[in-house]
Design a protein around this ligand. Structure first.
Ligand code: HEM
Length: 423
């Protein structure tokens, strides 16, 4: 159901030409371009800023199908088979390096085995038990700026919260967490290649993780890394390398995403005062229902993951009627799919109470976000606490002045200046 017509037909009269992608305007507001693509070229071949050619899939039905299609591999090695490959995938980091053989770069059966192992350690129970700590971290960050009456909520709040949360969960001692924060910050700001500072940060992190895993093997604690080392599958243990790659992907996948869930989410609320008032009233009355549906809606409306991570056609296949040659990279545009009017009523409206909301913000299929329960916990705690403690929170910048980070996979603000009554 829902397959789209082929997109390589000659341009129909009146459809105009394809919008320019990856410009500054696009980074600020990609949604008009996505609407055009969904309508006129739902499976669209384009040249990415890195020079790599890839297919963008923008309709909900096609996106959902592609995310679950096992003929699309996550292993970058498949890209080399493409006649169109230019040898550059744009994948950050050394692709064959140990830290890169993680869940998001592998297929079954390795993926199945590693995902089962990590699921034994990263349980919903562990996440639920972590709620008081997330609340404490959240309050501590707000305490640090509450008397000022103004703050940049990206740098002073959305950025530090998830890195400290994941470090705590993994079992990185508090005194080492600032190093992690610096390395991760370097990767976010200058991601996209293993050069210079980024390469050094990845190397330092790799060295640190190897040592930490070694230490946890000797002296296990109650943390996720110790749990990972202990987890076994039919008597099979994670190798040290696999454990390090797993710790790395948990950090990497759980960091910038959550920064942007909080940043984009707050921004959307500040731009939609009616919805924000409803949420504040519901929180004041002690309700959590609107907070729960609201976080899902914020993910749908302007989620942190603009495009799912890379996939490669292992053989020629058809998506939405469009033929994709073997070896071609495919990018599923979650942000476009989640605004598809074929799937969502009034897709451009923020409706925190939306019920029929099977968005793709966490992906779909075997790579569905492992950290979704933690992301929900952090997102809900962050927004509820901010709106409760700073009830008159308001944007301190003209929205047109705000800058978005123009990454390919992630969508997020560089800064979010706000004002409020000090307390
Ligand atoms: C996978 C989104 C937070 C860990 C994914 C995928 C998406 C996603 C879309 C699938 C990518 C693909 O199919 O190419 C998000 C969003 C988050 C978030 C929107 C925050 C709002 C987290 C957190 C963690 C995490 C907090 C862990 C601490 C992972 C891992 C995978 C993943 C390990 C790979 C799963 C696999 O390949 O089996 N996430 N994520 N994520 N996420 Fe998240």
């Amino acid at each position: 159901s829902g397959t789209a017509p082929a997109s390589d037909a000659a341009p129909a009269p009146g459809r105009g030409s394809a919008p320019e992608l990856f410009t500054w305007e696009f980074a600020t507001d990609p949604y008009p371009a996505y609407a055009w693509l969904r309508e006129h070229a739902p499976v669209h071949r384009t040249t990415l800023p890195s020079g790599v050619e890839a297919w963008l899939v923008t309709r909900y039905a096609d996106a959902r199908q592609a995310l679950a299609d096992q003929r699309l591999s996550k292993n970058p090695a498949h890209h080399d088979e493409s006649p169109h490959a230019k040898g550059k995938t744009g994948i950050p980091g050394e692709r064959k390096a140990e830290l890169m053989t993680h869940l998001l770069n592998i297929d079954p059966p390795d993926h199945t085995r590693l995902r089962r192992l990590v699921s034994k350690a990263f349980t919903p129970r562990r996440v639920a038990g972590f709620a008081p700590r997330v609340q404490e971290l959240t309050d501590r960050l707000i305490d640090a700026f509450v008397e000022k009456g103004s703050a940049d909520l990206i740098h002073e709040f959305a950025f530090p919260l998830p890195i400290h949360a994941i470090c705590d969960l993994l079992g990185v001692p508090e005194e080492d967490q600032d190093d992690f924060r610096d390395w991760a910050g370097m990767m976010i700001r200058h991601g996209g290649g293993p050069r210079g500072g980024v390469a050094r940060s990845v190397k330092k992190m790799r060295g640190y993780l190897a040592e930490l895993i070694h230490r946890k093997r000797e002296e296990p604690g109650d943390d996720l890394i110790s749990g990972l080392i202990k987890a076994s599958d039919h008597g099979e243990h994670l190798t040290e390398n696999e454990a390090a790659a797993m710790a790395f992907i948990l950090l990497f996948a759980g960091f910038e995403t959550t920064v942007n869930l909080i940043g984009n989410g707050l921004y959307a609320l500040l731009r939609n005062p009616g919805q924000r008032e409803l949420l504040q009233a519901s929180l004041a009355a002690g309700g959590t229902g609107l907070l729960e549906t609201g976080i899902e809606e914020l993910l749908r409306y302007d989620g942190p993951v603009e495009m799912a991570t890379w996939r490669y056609a292992t053989r020629a296949l058809t998506i939405g009627g469009q033929e994709i040659p073997a070896g071609d990279p495919v990018l599923v545009v979650l942000a476009a799919a989640d605004r598809d009017p074929e799937r969502f009523d009034g897709p451009d409206v923020l409706d925190l109470a939306r019920r029929d909301n099977q968005h793709l913000g966490y992906g779909h299929g075997i790579h569905y976000c492992l950290g979704a329960p933690l992301a929900r916990l952090e997102g809900q705690t962050a927004l509820a606490t901010l709106l409760t403690r700073l009830p008159d929170l308001r944007l301190a910048s003209d929205p047109a002045e705000l800058r978005w980070r123009g990454g390919l996979i992630m969508r997020g603000l560089r800064t979010l200046p706000v004002e409020f009554s000090p307390s």
